[in-house]
Write a protein that binds this ligand. Structure first.
Ligand SMILES: *Cc1c(COP(=O)(O)O)cnc(C)c1O
Length: 354
């Protein structure tokens, strides 16, 4: 394969340990390490699992199934569909849920296979992705769940800064804890989990005290890329270069920057906007939009500029460099880029443990 994604294991486990310490410093005792951006990369998840998070979290049942041999509790982050409930109770210990019929179906599936299944009821605090928006409805749903034989209502959770870009705040997190308190009063259950959010918390928790009662975070991006997701800033003490992509050069030629002849749409149906910079030394690399959209690649050498891409070719400007045919060019990636690279079967995945 002509493109390799390399993961530095030491840097990754360093970040996982730092995430644990940062949570503890903010009174948060439970850490879910979210590995969905690794797309079922077993060896990488085994390594991160050695830092002993409370849960491994993934949004796909297929991935959790690939991690079945790893001896850690597993959390399904995206609600199973009604059709997936029996598979869900086999591979996940806990799932995040927001629909009563799905919890009923999980209950039946758990009964059938003589298991118990934990659920965390998701509350929508305004970001408008998953969860119950109306507190009264949330309480009624929690009461109904608490009466199911094979389901353990572990607590409630929320997800912010995902769809709507709403930041965690003292106000919305306090509302979450209040809903938990009401559910405890109504059900006479102790809810041990208030799963208060994701990597965006790393960007805000030094600005206000995290309300007492928030007990868990589910953390992916901040740990894998070393940046918080509230404002996109690097996190102090975390590595931001765990991943590196190296791609082979398959052509280097002097060419004008403007296409020659009558121009219409490119291979993706777009009218290209191309700047005339005269004759340039252009390189073609063997990766394309099928693997990653070019805007998610960050050349490590600042002299390199990405010009464009089609499905299998990435065009770069090498005028100010001395790269030769046969060499590789290195890139860092952002989160959407990491997701698509790990998903692509055309990218070689390698782990270094130095
Ligand atoms: C992806 C996901 C997370 C992790 O989000 P990051 O921003 O990567 O930390 C947490 N919770 C849920 C429900 C998710 O889907």
């Amino acid at each position: 394969m002509s493109a390799t994604l390399t993961l530095n294991a030491k840097k990754m486990t360093h970040n996982a340990v730092q995430a644990r310490i940062a949570c503890a410093r903010h009174g948060i005792s439970s850490l879910v390490i979210v590995v969905k951006a690794l797309s079922g990369w077993k060896k990488a998840v085994e390594l991160i699992g050695q830092t002993l998070p409370d849960f491994l979290g993934d949004s796909r049942i297929e991935n959790l199934s690939a991690f079945r041999h790893i001896d850690l509790p597993k959390m399904l982050l995206r609600s199973p569909s009604l059709q997936e409930c029996s598979r869900c109770v086999r591979v996940a210990d806990v799932s995040l849920v927001s629909e009563l019929p799905i919890v009923q179906s999980l209950n039946l599936a758990a009964q059938k296979s003589h298991r118990r299944h934990g659920v965390i009821l998701m509350i929508d605090l305004g970001d408008l992705r998953e969860g119950i928006l109306d507190p009264e409805e949330a309480i009624a749903t929690a009461i109904a769940i608490s009466e199911m034989d094979s389901i353990d209502l572990l607590g409630i959770g929320t997800n912010l800064t995902c769809y709507g870009g709403v930041l965690p705040s003292q106000e919305n997190l306090t509302r979450l804890v209040e809903i938990k308190n009401k559910i405890e009063q109504e059900t006479h259950l102790w809810l041990r989990v208030v799963s208060g959010g994701n990597s965006s918390m790393f960007g805000v928790w030094d600005q206000f005290p995290i309300p007492e009662g928030i007990s868990q975070l589910r953390v992916g991006e901040s740990l894998l890329l070393g940046r918080e997701t509230a404002f996109g800033n690097p996190i102090e003490g975390f590595h931001d270069d765990i991943f590196q992509l190296d791609v082979d050069i398959i052509e280097i030629k002097q060419k004008p920057s403007l296409p020659i002849g009558e121009a219409t749409m490119n291979s993706f149906g777009e009218i290209p906007q191309i700047e005339d910079m005269g004759i340039r030394r252009r390189g073609i690399l063997s990766i394309g939009k099928q693997d990653i959209l070019p805007e998610h690649l960050i050349p490590i050498d600042p002299q390199i500029r990405i010009i464009g891409a089609s499905s299998d070719h990435l065009i770069v400007d090498l005028t100010d460099t001395s790269y030769q045919l046969g060499e590789a060019i290195s890139f860092g990636v952002d989160y959407p880029g990491l997701l698509s690279l790990t998903t692509s079967k055309y990218i070689k995945k390698k782990i270094i443990e130095e």
